[in-house]
Design a binder for this molecule. Structure first.
Ligand code: NAI
Length: 395
């Protein structure tokens, strides 16, 4: 079947999804699988699930992938899938950071759409190239900045854009975690071991892993564009090379200021992503461990709780909720909202129709590039030294 025929049939069926990584014992691949399934837009039909082919095949059998579509590696997957009439439309890349670029580039060049984990690449140069490849091939490149999938994040974004808190002055965002407060990588923890290795993680430790989420979220909600930053990184756990704690001061165009904290050593914090946006006429507070509420405080007024599902919801937020208020929705649903948006964006691209701006508001390759560029700037700023640090005469 020609590509044209495949594309025109796309509106009448689920998208066929392939996956690289995400095998037995992996973390984020499983979340992708839940998310892709939730709205019935995707069927997972192929994969190269593990860096070890034997483990990958065993896992493929567990998730009922037909043996002829379980592949030993991503090159084999591309070579075989591109010859099939029922080939995958899109691939989800759920592997450690250093593999994103070669895998994503190869799938885009072979004509597949790509959903890639963050950080998009480990170098800015590769991220620029990847965005170029997506443009040149005309393929969709999405990046899974999970937290912008939450309905109340869309609510906050819409309220800021509508001027409900006035001109934004200050953005405070933090993403503290406890899980790497000790040297768990030395005990063989799979996820910590590549995250603490610059060859596989990139230049950033906590700042690349979770700081990029926080940075994206702050920009997504506030609508602000970064002008410059100043960073102070620390590595608290002995034997580590990359930062496990980062403080970053942000200056936005137009004069707003921001402060970003990412930490993998914050004892007592599970997934404490918190965003506070202060305008000259009000503020908005959101906390990812309580994602079904957003607090809006007008200047001089009392705090008002906006709940997922109530009638203050904007169209962007309402579109991203599935159950009535009071029934909790959370992380999986937020991730599924990204997948729903990716499906819309892919269908629009393939059909040549303009994407619906509200439904397709998902992070793309350019957002991924901005994240990688942010990490570079943070590490550069830290390495530039102590110019701004002054010790008071009396301490
Ligand atoms: P993980 O270590 O749990 O899983 C990685 C998987 O990739 C393993 O199954 C491994 O065998 C496989 N793999 C490695 N190289 C491969 C290759 N060349 N071909 C096929 N499979 C290969 O890692 P985790 O925590 O799931 O992270 C993966 C990616 O997802 C990272 O880029 C990370 O930054 C990102 N991530 C994103 C999150 C989000 O909220 N969007 C949350 C957690 C991770």
């Amino acid at each position: 079947m020609s590509t044209k025929d495949l594309n025109s049939a796309l509106s009448a069926r689920r998208l066929r999804l392939g996956m690289v990584g995400g095998g037995q014992g992996a973390y984020i691949g499983g979340i992708h699988r839940f998310a892709a399934r939730l709205d019935g837009q995707f069927d997972l039909v192929a994969g190269a699930f593990d860096v070890d082919p034997a483990k990958g095949h065993a896992f493929a059998a567990e998730v009922f992938i037909s043996p002829d579509r379980s592949y030993g590696d991503y090159q084999e997957m591309i070579a075989a899938e591109r010859l099939r009439d029922d080939r995958i439309d899109v691939v989800a890349i759920c592997t450690p950071n250093h593999t994103h670029f070669p895998i994503a580039a190869a799938f885009l060049e072979a004509g597949f759409d790509v959903i890639c984990e963050k950080p998009l690449t480990t170098t800015q140069e590769d991220a620029v190239k990847l965005v170029q490849i997506a443009e040149e091939t005309g393929r969709f490149l999405g990046v899974t900045y999970t937290y912008c999938g939450y309905p109340l994040i869309h609510q906050a974004r819409a309220m800021v854009a509508a001027g409900e808190i006035g001109k934004v002055r200050v953005v405070q965002v933090e993403y503290p975690l406890e899980w790497m407060a000790t040297a768990i990588e030395q005990g063989g923890n799979q996820q910590a071991s590549w995250r603490t290795d610059p060859k596989r993680s990139g230049r950033g430790g906590s700042i690349g892993d979770i700081g990029t989420h926080a940075y994206h979220l702050a920009g997504f909600v506030s609508g602000l564009t970064l002008e410059a930053l100043c960073a102070d990184l620390a590595t608290f756990v002995k034997g580590r090379v990359l930062d496990d704690n980062a403080h970053v001061m942000l200056r936005y165009e137009g004069g707003a200021r921001g402060l970003l904290w990412s930490s993998q050593v914050a004892v007592g914090c599970s997934n404490g992503l918190r965003l506070r946006v202060f305008g000259d006429r009000g503020s908005l507070f959101w906390f990812q461990e309580e994602p079904n509420t957003l607090t809006h405080t007008p200047l001089g007024g009392v705090p008002q709780t906006i709940k997922r599902g109530n009638d203050r919801l904007t169209a962007d937020a309402a579109l991203r909720t599935r159950t009535p208020p009071g029934h909790p929705e959370g992380y999986i649903e937020a991730f599924a909202n990204l997948y729903k948006g990716f499906a819309e964006a892919i269908r629009a691209k393939r059909s040549g129709l303009a994407p619906n701006a509200i439904r397709c508001n998902v992070p793309t390759g350019y957002d991924g590039l901005k994240g990688v560029s942010f990490v570079d700037a943070v590490v550069d700023s830290h390495e530039a030294g102590q110019a701004g640090w002054i010790k008071p005469d009396y301490v």
